[in-house]
Design a protein around this ligand. Sequence first.
Ligand code: PHB
Length: 382
Amino acid sequence: MAHVVTVLAFTGLTGTARAADNVRIGLMLPYSGTFADLGKNITNGFKLAIAEKGGKIAGRDVEFVTLDDESDPAKANENANKLIKRDKVDVLVGTVHSGVALTMARVARSAGIPMIIPNAGADELTGALCAPNIFRTSFSNWQAGYGVGALMAQKHKSAVALAWKYAAGDEQTAGFKEAFEKGGGKVLKHLTLPFPNTEFQPLLTEIASIKPEAAYTFVAGAAQVKLAKDYHAAGLRSRIPLYGAFITEGTLQAQGESAQGLLTVLHYADGLETPRNKSFIESYKKAYGGATPDVFAVQGYDAAQLYLVGLEAVEGDTSKRKEMLKAMENAKLDSPRGPLSFSKSHNPVQDMYIREARGNQNVMVGVAVKQLVDPSPECKMQ
Ligand code: PHB
């Protein structure tokens, strides 16, 4: 019993007992550290989609079990097992950090429990590790890098990459390099620093001395605020334009002048002028005290939309797992980013928008790649 009370206290629920017929959703996300805001916004987006359905899934009440994964791969195995074995969640939703998500996916695969990834881009998740029960509503790292490379190739002949040294940085840079070099550009150097370090100064000095036409970067969360500011303060902005997928996402207010005018490529833009996006933004603002949603909120929202499709197809009966997964596989979601479907490997097929940072908005100014599909050659779906 002590354990049940812990769960209730932890999730902030006020009830005194867990009803056996609740749908239990395990949210394993970063609620502290560099990625804390990403975890919060994913959670907000997820809960909003459920709230829009009257707070129920296929007529069943919903219970959230949240767990702070601290973006720490070393704790991922124990944390994922806790949610599945101790808390008996019906679905595992997470996470942001690629390294943590890779371990979660191994645990979810062997337990056979549905897993929905609302951010982590690790290529393997919908590649070698793909499985009928694993879905992603965000992007693959390859996709995120490829979109930026496609844009940069239209404008520049040489570039330097600066990225965190872990799966997300390595794989996004590889996707960037592939598109940039295919378009005639040359990557002169790939500079790295360990996650989640933010000592950019020596690397900026190196970029200045290499003198590429442009720079590509992947760092994320709180670190991208510091990078944009350091880059600006070093006087590099006007000489060597800086690009990335995430560098301005959700942080424009904190970045101030340093991010204005930056061009990025991502599968969402808060400035997307569609009725669907506008109503989503309105609904999100209303639910969360005026806060503007970002790509992370959208990915969380779509994770819930996808789960809703699955559970509604089996009228809430989670024991009909095969039928539920089939419905999720064939889902066509009305996402704020635009119509969203999934590839054979369960990765989003999506347009990659060109955005320009203006004021506190990433304004959509074009499309870098239409309906970009991750080729996922390693995926052998059982
Ligand atoms: C990742 O680790 O896959 C990751 C983290 C933060 C991002 C994007 C990708 O903004």
